[in-house]
Write a protein that binds this ligand. Structure first.
Ligand code: FAD
Ligand code: NAI
Length: 467
């Protein structure tokens, strides 16, 4: 076995810490430099805390709507401080767990901000200031929320997602700027907890870029929940008067003012490389701030790698973790490459939405002939028993070969159901393969099987006109 290489990883998010653990498993000498918190944005102020609070919102909503089942709960109250404390407990357990895993794998953790001095030396500033030599370095510095003019984050009057995950009081009226992933997940969560919510979105619809038939279901749900979605609308600025924020907006209707007590600005995230000293090693980011990498996660400097949000779209935790595993293997001398056929996307709206592979629009753009099959949750016994019958599963298959090209879902637990579709696409399965797989009854995944059957006009629990 060759002697271990000294590897420094900058950033301990789901890209960096996963890479570190795999490198240690592969016998390398690993140091992680982290300037804020183990677990990165994902564990501390992103995926985990948001999903905890969204789960609380869903439970609160369900309790309030269980009357039809004969369950009437009276005096159901929300203690927001307790909710935030519970969420912080989950974050603490997970970040502590990452610390324990790094320790057990003998990964050194140095707290401080890393700056390149050369292609073999890093300076760490902060309490544990030091200089580190490396054979290979991995940049896993993630991303930060974008600020728009007039709405500087103070996490008091104007929240970024970070402030929105640690509320001191429940907003009476929350104005959300940006109807993307975070705007919809947290906007719907606050609505379920009891706030009035208005979402301002620049484009003509919510969740730009996502499968439009699924988004239609989400937009209908917003209406039903009485969340106001104002599309083609831009926030210009706000004034604080008498404890309220007067938000000036511009849309086709002209200029208006919306009065609220809380603003959440969530218009996207940008890759983060400030203070890294990329110039010192001759690296530059592209116009969006991303570092270009090849399929082995190498940057233009052969011993420097980049993974996670800094290395390009989609900015999702699981994509970063996979890249971390690839970079670790390559650094340790294994033959590895990032060759995922697809990356699933899950959105924790109400109902949930999940997608993997191509949309119909993308198939058309690529000139691929395709067929589709769809199955509604309204026809699923399991969905009925959960009182969550909105939505459907849609399957897109190649018209000739029947190979699965894309699967899109909106409805109950679809953030879990998408795993089956992801595996199927990754394994090159056909719609027939999915249809012929026996699915346990009564379960939600039966909807995936029936959608696959529907591709060939063979779904049992919906009527399909013979072709
Ligand atoms: P990060 O998690 O951002 O970690 C980067 C780390 O690098 C940070 O800890 C930072 O302190 C450190 N760092 C930066 N610069 C330096 C430096 N110079 N020196 C030392 N350390 C440095 N994704 C999903 O897949 N599913 C979800 O449900 C989901 N929900 C989200 C909800 C919210 C509210 C937000 C904001 C994001 C969500 N995301 C979700 C996105 C997800 O959080 C990111 O894709 C993921 O965290 C990226 O991982 P990363 O390791 O690249 O970067
Ligand atoms: P986003 O890119 O998903 O959405 C931003 C939205 O803001 C877009 O709809 C855009 O059109 C709109 N917008 C931009 N400028 C605007 C303006 N001036 N006025 C009004 N609207 C404006 O970004 P978001 O929601 O901030 O999330 C960042 C990223 O974090 C996501 O793209 C995703 O990669 C990740 N994320 C993933 C989650 C998941 O996997 N479930 C959950 C949350 C975040």
């Amino acid at each position: 076995m060759s002697s271990p290489r000294k590897v420094v990883i900058i950033g301990a998010g789901p890209a960096g810490y996963v890479c570190a653990i795999r490198l240690a498993q592969l016998g390398q000498q690993v140091t992680v430099v982290e300037k804020e918190y183990l677990g990165g944005s994902c564990l501390n102020v992103g995926c985990i805390p948001s999903k905890a609070m969204i789960a609380a919102g869903a439970l609160f909503h369900k309790i309030g709507n269980a009357g039809v089942m004969g369950i009437t709960a009276t005096d159901v109250k929300l203690d927001i401080a307790k909710l935030v404390e519970w969420k912080a407990g989950i974050v603490g357990k997970l970040t502590g767990g990452v610390g324990g895993l790094l320790k057990n794998h003998k990964v050194s953790v140095v707290y401080g901000a890393a700056t390149f001095e050369s292609d073999s030396t890093l300076r760490v500033s902060g309490e544990q200031a030091t200089t580190l030599q490396f054979d290979a370095a991995v940049i896993a510095t993630g991303s930060v929320p974008i600020e728009i003019p007039g709405f500087a984050f103070d996490e008091d009057e104007v929240w970024s997602s970070t402030g929105a995950l640690a509320p001191k009081v429940l907003p009476g009226h929350l104005v959300v700027i940006g109807g993307g992933y975070i705007g919809l997940e947290l906007g719907m969560m606050y609505r379920r907890l009891g706030s009035q919510v208005t979402i301002l979105e620049a484009t003509p619809g919510a969740l730009p870029g996502q499968e439009r038939d699924c988004v239609k279901v989400i937009e209908r749900s917003l209406k039903k929940m009485k969340v106001k979605l104002r599309t083609e609308t831009f926030a210009q600025g706000y004034e604080r008067k008498g404890g309220e924020s007067h938000v000036r907006i511009e849309s086709k209707r002209g200029e208006e003012t919306i009065v609220c007590d809380q603003i959440l600005s969530t218009v996207g995230r940008r890759p983060y490389s400030a203070g890294l000293g990329l110039d010192e090693v001759g690296l530059a980011t592209d116009e969006w701030g991303f570092l270009a990498v090849d399929e082995t996660m190498r940057t233009a400097v052969p011993n420097i790698y980049a993974i996670g949000d800094i290395a390009g779209q989609p900015m999702l935790a699981h994509k970063g973790s996979r890249e971390g595993l690839v970079a670790a293997g390559v650094i340790a001398g294994l033959k590895e490459a990032y060759d995922a056929r697809c990356v699933p996307a899950v959105i924790f709206t109400a109902p949930e939405m999940a997608s993997v592979g191509l949309t119909e629009e993308q198939c058309t753009e690529q000139g691929r002939a395709f067929v589709t099959g769809q199955f509604p949750f309204a026809a699923s016994g399991r969905a009925m028993s959960l009182m969550e019958t909105e939505g459907f599963v849609k399957i897109i298959a190649d018209a000739e070969s029947d190979e699965l090209l894309g699967v899109h879902m909106v409805g109950p637990e679809v953030t879990e159901l998408i795993a089956e579709a992801t595996l199927a696409i990754e394994m090159g399965a056909t719609a027939e393969d999915l249809a012929r797989t026996i699915h346990a009854h009564p379960t939600l995944p039966e909807a995936v099987m029936e959608a696959a059957e529907a591709v060939h006009g063979m779904a049992i629990h919906i009527f399909q006109k013979p072709k």
